[in-house]
Each structure stands twice: as structure tokens, then as C-alpha cells.
Design a protein around this ligand. Structure first.
Ligand code: FES
Ligand code: FES
Length: 155
């Protein structure tokens, strides 16, 4: 199956088996290895990327279900010319421990703040269903609040 996707603002033509998960399209075909494989069953969120601005779990999204010319954003596309406020906040709050889950966490947090620029703690908890084996949840919450401040200052 042939299809063009716009990945981090670059149009890429792909010719793949229809059931290839988007995660493997990104990692194996395009070489963007910042997006991680965790559970493979849409549970942990390690593979989260944006599809037309919305967070999706790429391990469970087959190539055939991704619309032609869809805009995909991965962690590599988050801060291309300068750090995204979410990345800045993650550094300030020293969020990662092992780091494995963090690209998915950053993509989920970015999508949350796009929809809801000033989320409450319970809205953060509700939106951030990504699993972190290291238990960085309190720092993630703090960093999302910090990113919200940074975004307000920039606006
Ligand atoms: S690897 Fe996709 S949700 Fe866990
Ligand atoms: S930082 Fe280790 S799994 Fe989240």
C-alpha cells in the first residue's frame, strides 16, 4: 500500500504492508527512534505521537488507518529550532529517571496543553494515562504546570 505522510513537516512517500503499525513505520522505515516500544497493546503510552494534533498510540495504529497526507509529529519534531516550553519545563523540573517513557509523556503533555492551556491537577491526571515504571508522576505534574506558565509568558 502506497501513501504519503507528512512526518515532522516533511512529506514522505511510503510503500508498506497495510497492517504495519505506525510505530514501526516511524522507527524502521523513517529512522525516527525517539518514539519507544513498550507494551505493544495501546496501554503504556511509550509510543505516543501526534496524528493531526491529537495524541495516538502508534503501536496499535496500522498504516492503512492513517489518513493520506496525515500530519504526524514525533518527539524529534517537537523542538526543532528551539526547545518547546514542555521540553524546557521537563529540564527545569528534572523529570526523567531512566527516560524510556519520556518521549511519550512529552507528546501526551504537549497535546494536553494544546487543548487545555491551564489544566488543573485532576485534568492532568485524567489526560496523562502514560505509564512510568520509574514513578516520575509527581515531577511530570509539576513540569506540566511549569510548561503552562512558560506558554502563558510566551503568548
Ligand atoms: S507501546 Fe504503544 S501503548 Fe505501549
Ligand atoms: S522515567 Fe523510567 S519509565 Fe519513566
Amino acid at each position: 500500500m502506497k501513501k504519503t505522510l507528512r512526518i515532522n513537516q516533511t512529506a514522505i512517500e511510503l510503500d508498506l504492508e497495510p497492517d504495519t503499525p505506525l510505530l514501526w513505520v516511524l522507527r524502521d522505515e523513517v529512522g525516527l527512534t525517539g518514539t519507544k516500544f513498550g507494551c505493544g497493546i495501546a496501554q503504556c503510552g511509550a509510543c505516543t505521537v501526534h496524528l493531526d494534533g491529537k495524541p495516538v498510540r502508534s503501536c496499535s495504529l496500522p498504516f492503512e488507518a492513517v489518513p493520506e497526507n496525515a500530519e504526524i509529529r514525533t518527539i524529534e519534531g517537537l523542538g526543532q529550532s528551539r526547545l518547546h516550553p514542555v521540553q524546557q519545563a521537563w529540564l527545569e523540573e528534572q523529570v526523567p529517571q531512566c527516560g524510556y517513557c519520556q518521549s511519550g509523556q512529552l507528546m501526551a503533555a504537549t497535546a494536553l496543553l494544546q487543548d487545555n492551556p491551564q489544566p488543573t491537577d485532576s485534568e492532568i491526571d485524567q489526560a496523562m494515562s502514560n505509564i512510568c515504571r520509574c514513578g516520575t508522576y509527581p515531577r511530570i505534574r509539576k513540569a506540566i504546570r511549569r510548561a503552562a506558565e512558560l506558554q502563558t509568558q510566551e503568548a
